[in-house]
Design a protein around this ligand. Structure first.
Ligand code: ADP
Ligand code: ZN
Length: 728
């Protein structure tokens, strides 16, 4: 017997199968999709069995498979097939597709740690009547008699509850023995007294439409914030489980959506497995095992949870489908939405894309009827949509209001007096975003990326938000030595200081990347705010999503223009999403919500659509832009980056690639560039960019593959190809 093994060597250069002999002791065990250890050159290396064959002819002498790494861990046929799809669609090495499918704790490292988690129990080793007889003679009331009495009531008891002395004594008498049982680290039970909401008319209609669909179909569930989309998901999953099937729901980021996860636990208890990067390796291993063994049928997780080896899937849900996090930026550059649809076809089940502000691509498909369009237009509970006001900061600056307008200050003050909560959003972390010298004009820049450094006051450091470069603040200009540095631009740290100055009595929390580096810190901040231990929460886009705080009635958005000015074809869309989602945090209960948007462009169309809560108007406006500028959904995009440490090499090759594309692609495709990339220098490498816009181009895939091949053997230049990029 022979095994074709794909080895874990993530380079395209050796992305192929190698054949090994299956030794006799593995013949009955080895299966397609298993991880094995094989000899490779002078090393031992891990790989996946992709095929098993009875005969194989080779001119070389074959080596033997050394061992199986984990008998339970098998990539099933569906996932093996999916790997080929990812390789084909994203041009990645096949092995990287498979590595992405398994949580990192299951990627075998050198230590081959065994993550199985056991608890030790004590059980009776004699019949109950014998134990009762022993106890009646024993007569003492101590740890030993307590243990035996406990065991007369319970089948097993936890070893940790008793002293080692008692255990050894009773063991020697032959009365008890120890057993080890594997347990899952995360164990939640469902809430049996849960009172479920009765679906309103719109929810019911959406639910019915999904449930009655007996084959694969993609749905867009477009529902305003608080319209009860999650409630629809829960009911659909409940039904799917009743049919004996399983379900996956993806969320953008779990730490921010623990509120949703807790609702899943309430409904489905230990039938839920969760997946996200905040779990320990052991927890990930357990959650994965639950699914493999069929002990959990509902998976809630972030992007890579789309690969969980669930069998018999009955529905796949992508919540907040507009989130760019579903596209992986590193190789393999897959989009979880595409994978969801691919798996939906395989399992012949519905895929639900849910959002208040779906991507233009998704909404356009729903309008065309490619996806089935379901809408929730009203908030589900009592609450009303907030009122939104735009404030012109040009006028405020004249009054020396650099951060907060008069109106926002007044509203914050009155919220404090009424014991209501306020959220302040500013999508920039740090203290100030630029430091320059008023004497010589020097500006601090990252030596690796040539991007201005952000000042972080709490650590008194200057940091590059692209590569992580950090340096201590010298307080004097490093160029002319004068004490003349200006701290310009605004970050969350500065806003926090200003709030504390304006409202010394207020309790303030800040949530951004800098305050949430520790495990569990997100939840802590959210929980503390939810418990009303603070009056004001300041944060970046992290606080805009999914959170449901009933006592927040005011949301203030500082510098709403920040994201409008990013040079990207999606910047309008991202801005609308961010502001709309942030607004949705206000007034989620019986209190009416208010939103204040501070901007230097009060006439901006996007901001005015947010003000009117009018996603449809925004959609039409932006679709028009996209049509004129030939962007998605009217055209597809490919972004190519040509990267080198050597500036001339990068430029030279970018020109070569541009010409190659011009000579080989269909004439209807548009090739832009090469130009310098927005982040021209990153980590000491120079980056040029070419963008392809196309509608139909039969030749495209092959041309890209050829380019990829050519640059495989180039050592000093890399080409990075992103098909359907999230940003360019
Ligand atoms: P979304 O996911 O669309 O933002 P949720 O599903 O979180 O909305 O619902 C928002 C709030 O409305 C939640 O507090 C939820 O419990 C409540 N809710 C949802 N559906 C109903 C309903 N049919 N009746 C009463 N309350 C509901
Ligand atoms: Zn840098």
């Amino acid at each position: 017997m022979y095994a074709e093994v794909l080895i874990e060597y993530p380079t395209k250069k050796i992305d192929k199968y190698f054949t090994y002999i299956v030794p006799s002791f593995l013949i009955n065990k080895i299966k397609r999709g298993m991880k094995v250890k094989v000899p490779f050159g002078s090393k031992e290396i891990n790989g996946f069995v992709i095929n098993i064959k009875d005969s194989y002819e080779s001119e070389y002498e074959l080596k033997e498979v050394i061992d199986i790494i984990d008998e339970e861990l098998i990539l099933n046929d569906e996932l093996i097939e999916l790997g080929n799809y990812i390789k084909e669609e994203t041009l990645c090495p096949l092995i990287m597709a498979y590595q992405t499918m398994l949580p990192s704790s299951l990627k075998i490292k050198d230590d081959n740690t065994n993550y199985n988690f056991y608890k030790t129990y004590i059980i009776l080793n004699k019949a109950k009547d014998e134990v009762e007889k022993y106890l009646s003679n024993y007569k003492k009331d101590n740890d030993q008699s307590k243990m035996l009495n406990d065991l007369l009531i319970n089948d097993k008891v936890l070893k940790n509850n008793y002293s080692n002395y008692s255990i050894n004594t009773l063991k020697n008498k032959g009365l008890i023995k120890e057993i080890k049982e594997q347990e899952y680290r995360i164990n939640k039970s469902k809430n049996n007294t849960l009172v479920k909401n009765i679906l309103n008319e719109e929810q019911k209609e959406a639910y019915d439409n999904i449930i009655k669909t007996k084959e694969h179909q993609v749905f867009l569930l477009e529902g305003i914030t608080g319209s009860g989309k999650t409630e629809v998901y829960l009911n659909v999953i409940d039904e799917v489980l009743k049919e004996g099937k399983s379900a996956i729901m993806l969320v953008p980021e779990i730490t921010l959506t623990m509120q949703i996860v807790n609702r899943f636990y309430e409904w489905f208890g230990d039938n839920v497995a969760i997946f996200h990067s905040g779990l320990s390796n052991g927890e990930k291993y357990d959650e994965y095992l639950k699914i493999l063994r069929g002990d959990a049928k509902v998976v809630v997780g972030t992007r890579s949870a789309i690969f969980t080896p669930l069998k018999n899937i009955g529905v796949i849900i992508i919540d907040e489908e507009h989130s760019d996090i579903y596209k992986q930026e590193n190789t393999p550059k897959y989009n979880a939405k595409d994978i969801a649809i691919k798996r939906g076809i395989y399992h012949n089940c519905p895929v639900i894309l849910g959002s208040a502000t779906p991507t233009l691509e998704t909404k356009a498909r729903a309008i065309k009827g490619v996806y089935q369009y379901l809408k929730l237009t009203k908030r589900a509970g009592e609450s009303l949509l907030p009122s939104v006001k735009i404030i012109d900061m040009v006028e405020e600056i004249k009054k020396k209001n650099y951060i907060f307008s008069d109106e926002l200050k007044e509203k914050m003050q009155s919220n404090l007096e009424n014991k209501l909560q306020t959220i302040i959003l500013l999508n920039r972390r740090g203290y100030s975003t630029t430091i320059n010298c008023s004497k010589c004009g020097y500006t601090y820049k990252c030596p690796n990326c040539e991007i201005t450094l952000t000042y972080h006051k709490s650590s008194d450091t200057l940091r590059c938000h692209y590569c992580g470069y950090t340096t201590k603040n010298a307080n004097k200009c490093p160029n002319c030595g004068e004490d003349a540095l200006n701290y310009l631009g605004l970050g969350t740290e500065k806003v926090e200081m200003e709030v504390k100055k304006l409202f010394p009595m207020a309790k303030v929390l800040r949530m951004d990347q800098d305050t949430t580096t520790k495990k569990g810190s997100h939840e802590k901040i959210i929980q503390s705010f939810k418990n009303r231990e603070a009056d004001i929460l300041i944060g970046t886009q992290m606080i805009s999503k999914g959170l449901d705080f009933p006592f927040v009635t005011l949301v203030g958005i500082i510098n709403a223009d920040t994201s409008l000015n990013i040079p990207d074809f999606r910047s309008n869309e991202k801005t609308f999403d961010l502001l709309y989602q942030a607004s949705g945090r206000a007034g989620r209960s019986s209190y009416k919500g208010e939103v204040i948007i501070q901007t230097y462009n009060p006439d901006n169309y996007v901001l005015n659509c947010v003000k009117d809560n009018d996603f449809n108007r925004f959609y039409k406006y932006e679709m028009n832009n996209r049509r004129m500028l030939k962007y998605p959904p009217y055209y597809y995009l490919v972004s190519l980056k040509i990267i080198s440490k050597d500036y001339n090499k990068a430029l030279e090759n970018a020109t070569k690639v541009g010409n190659y594309l011009k000579n080989n692609l269909d004439k209807s495709s548009i090739i832009l560039g090469p130009t310098t990339h927005n982040i021209f220098k990153l980590n000491n490498t120079y980056r040029f960019q070419i963008v392809i816009k196309y509608r139909f181009d039969q030749k495209l895939k092959n041309v890209l593959k050829e380019l990829d091949e050519i640059y495989l053997n180039e050592n000093n230049v890399n080409i990075d190809i992103d098909i359907n990029p999230e940003r360019i």
